[in-house]
Design a binder for this molecule. Structure first.
Ligand SMILES: [Zn+2]
Length: 204
């Protein structure tokens, strides 16, 4: 098996001291959009390929695909319907094949409902935004997953605050009055994730 330009399906990016110059090189396999990279469909990681991939590339960690995806609209679910669970069976098999090897998850925002509600309530339009449940992230954080990438929740936190401020004060034009609160909310959200979801507080 040879890996040249792109990793096999489901190994969307990797970290390597020998191969990649940047710490992580996302490949267009995980669904959604990140920077200029986008992918329409996601493919689950094939656990039988990971050992060979790690051996041949010399990567230091491996981002796998078990059902997370980039963006704020991760799943198409009907009202009241639960999004599909993450494929912990794949994660467990990867852990067995690569004992102690650092695993990474991308696209792991919960798409926090309180922010989505605020945005919708104050004139925004993000009705069908849905993400990964906190419970599943807590479970992932207890496993070989050592890094969980969250971006959309930060975007939502700041947008929700701005949307509310401008709806309530349409005449506001002092950036200190809206960028300050937006930043404070972002800090609050990150603190919450570290302390209550990823359980990574004090472990840096
Ligand atoms: Zn990512």
């Amino acid at each position: 098996m040879a890996f040249t330009m792109a990793p096999p399906e489901g190994m969307q990016n990797f970290v390597s001291h020998r191969v990649a110059r940047t710490p992580e090189t996302p490949e267009p396999i995980l669904a959604g959009v990140e920077d200029e990279v986008s992918a329409a469909a996601s493919h689950y990681t094939q656990p039988h390929e990971v050992e060979e991939f790690v051996k041949q590339t010399g990567v230091d960690s491996l981002a796998i695909s078990i059902g997370t995806s980039h963006g704020a609209f991760k799943f198409k679910v009907k009202p009241g319907e639960e999004p599909p669970p993450l494929r912990f069976d794949i994660l467990e098999e990867v852990e067995q094949r690569l004992p102690g090897f650092p695993i990474v998850l991308h696209g792991a925002s919960t798409v926090m409902p309180e922010y989505v509600d605020l945005i919708n309530r104050f004139g925004g339009r993000m009705e069908k935004a849905v993400g990964i449940s906190e419970e599943q992230l807590r479970r992932a954080a207890r496993s070989a997953v050592c890094k969980i990438n969250i971006d959309s929740d930060g975007r939502l936190a700041m947008t929700a605050v701005l949307q509310k401020i401008f709806a309530e004060n349409p005449g506001e034009f002092d950036p200190r009055k809206y960028l300050g609160p937006a930043r404070d909310e972002l800090i609050k959200m990150v603190r919450y994730k570290n302390e209550q979801v990823l359980m990574s507080a004090g472990k840096a």
